[in-house]
Design a protein around this ligand. Sequence first.
Ligand SMILES: Cc1cc2nc3c(=O)[nH]c(=O)nc-3n(C[C@H](O)[C@H](O)[C@H](O)COP(=O)(O)OP(=O)(O)OC[C@H]3O[C@@H](n4cnc5c(N)ncnc54)[C@H](O)[C@@H]3O)c2cc1C
Length: 466
Amino acid sequence: MRLLEDGKAWTLLTSLDELKGFEESIGSRRPHGEAYSRDFRGPNWLDKRKAAAGFTERDPVVLIVGGGHAGLSIAARLRQLGVEALIVDRHPRVGDNWRRRYHALTLHNQVHVNHLPYLPFPANWPTYIPKDKLAGWFEAYCEIMELDYWTGTEFSGGSYDERAARWTVELRQAGGTRTLHPRHVVLAAGVSTLPRKPEIPGLADFRGRVLHSHEYDEATSWRGRDAIVIGTGNSGHDIAQDLYSNGARVTLVQRSPTLILNIEPSAQLVYALYGEGIPTEDCDLITTANPLALQRQYHRIVAAQSRAMDRELTDRLARVGFRNDEEDRLGWQFKYLERGGGYYFNVGCSDLIAERKIRLEQFSGLAGFGAGGAQTRSGEVIPAELVVLATGYLGQEHLVRRLFGDAVADRVGPVWGFDEAEQELRNMWMPTRQPGLWFNAGSFAQCRIYSKVLALQIKAREAGLI
Ligand SMILES: Cc1cc2nc3c(=O)[nH]c(=O)nc-3n(C[C@H](O)[C@H](O)[C@H](O)COP(=O)(O)OP(=O)(O)OC[C@H]3O[C@@H](n4cnc5c(N)ncnc54)[C@H](O)[C@@H]3O)c2cc1C
C-alpha cells in the first residue's frame, strides 16, 4: 500500500505470495539430506540426481522450452515447490544463448537488477557482467539449484489432449526423437523469437554475405572490408561498433527514428532503486506494486529527465542526420514492453556515428541493393561484402503458431504488449486460453519477479487447489 500524507491509501497491491501447506522447501524447510547418508547401500545424492534427470520411466510435470534466464528462473521456482520440471534447449551447452553472441558483449543493466532467483551474483562481480562470465554462471546455477536440463534438444512442437489434460511433445536430439507427456509447457524461448527479415529491394542480387543479427557472432574476419548494418536498435548499433572496432568500414542504415540514451546515467534511471542498499526482494516489490496508469506517469517523468540528460548527444547525432525518436514520451522501458525494442543504450556507437567514423545512411535514401553493395538515390554505390540485418524479431505468437498450429495460436492470441483493458502484459505469467500453456520471458528482473507467481499458479493446479 502507498499512503498519502493525509493517511489515505493511494495504491493497493494484492499478490499471490505463498500457498499454505505447500510452502517452498527453503530455509527451515530445506531437505534434511538424511536419505542420502544413512543407508550406505542405497543410491547417494548423485545417483538420485542422475536418475531423476533422465526421465526414463516418468514424464516431467512441466516442460520448459528454452534454457536462458527465463527457463532457469521458472525451473528453480518450480523445484522449490516440488514440481518436477525439465528444461530443454537446442544449444549444446548451458549458457550458449549468451556465449554465442558477439565478442565484446556485456550486460546493459547493472548487476544489482539482474540477479536470478534465490542465488544473487557474488558481491565482487563487475557492475556490467560480460557474456561469457554470465554463461558460466548459468551452468553453475543449474548445478547448484539441481535443475534438470537437456542440452542439444530441440522442441519441435506438441498437441494437447483435453481429456487427459496433458501434452504430447516431440523432442529432437542427435540420437533420435523423444516423446514426453508433460501436463504443462512453459515457453521460455525469448521475447524475440523468430528473426524478422523484411523484403529489401535488390538484396537477393547481393553477392556478399547476408546475416541476420542473431547469426552474427564475430568481427575479425571482416577486418579491412566493407559492411552495411541495417537497423538502429541495440543490436544494429552494437554490431556496427563491433565491426568498426575490428577494422571494418561500416555503414549503418536507419529505417525509423530510434530512442538514444547514454548507458549511464540515463538508461539506468528506471533502476535507480536497485543498488548496494535495499534488498532485491524489497526493490522488486516497490517497483512492481504500481498500477499501470501510475507506472506510465512515472516513466513519463523519467523519460523527460533522460531526454534532457542526453540532449548534447542527440544534438550531435542530429547534425549527421540521425533521427532520434523525439515523439517518445514513456522512455525505453515502455518501448520494450510494448514492442520489444526501438532504442539504443549508447556504449560508444553514437559517438562514432556523430564523429562520422561510422557512416550513416537513411533507408529512404537508398535506391536498393545490387551485387556489390547498396546504391543511394543519388547513384553512389556503397560497397559491401557483408550485410547484417539487425531488423528485429517476430513476437512469441509466431512461435506458438509454428510449434502448436493455428488453432492454439488463434486461441492464445498476441503475446507481450498491452491491450487496452488490461493491467498486465498479454498472456505473460497468467493462464492463457490454452490450458497447460504458459509464458515466461523478458528481462532478468521480470523473470525473477514473475516466475514466482507463475510457479505458484502451476503448483496450485497440481495440488488441486484450483
Ligand atoms: C547486449 C545485450 C545486453 C543485454 N542486457 C540485459 C540486461 O542487462 N538485463 C536484462 O534483463 N536483459 C538484457 N538483455 C536482454 C535479454 O535479457 C536477453 O536478450 C536474454 O537473452 C533473454 O533471455 P531469455 O531466456 O528470455 O531468452 P533467450 O536468451 O533468447 O533464450 C531462449 C533459449 O531458448 C532456446 N530455444 C528457443 N526455441 C527452442 C526450441 N524450439 N527448442 C529448444 N530450445 C529452444 C534457445 O536456444 C535459447 O537458448 C540484453 C541483451 C543484449 C543483446
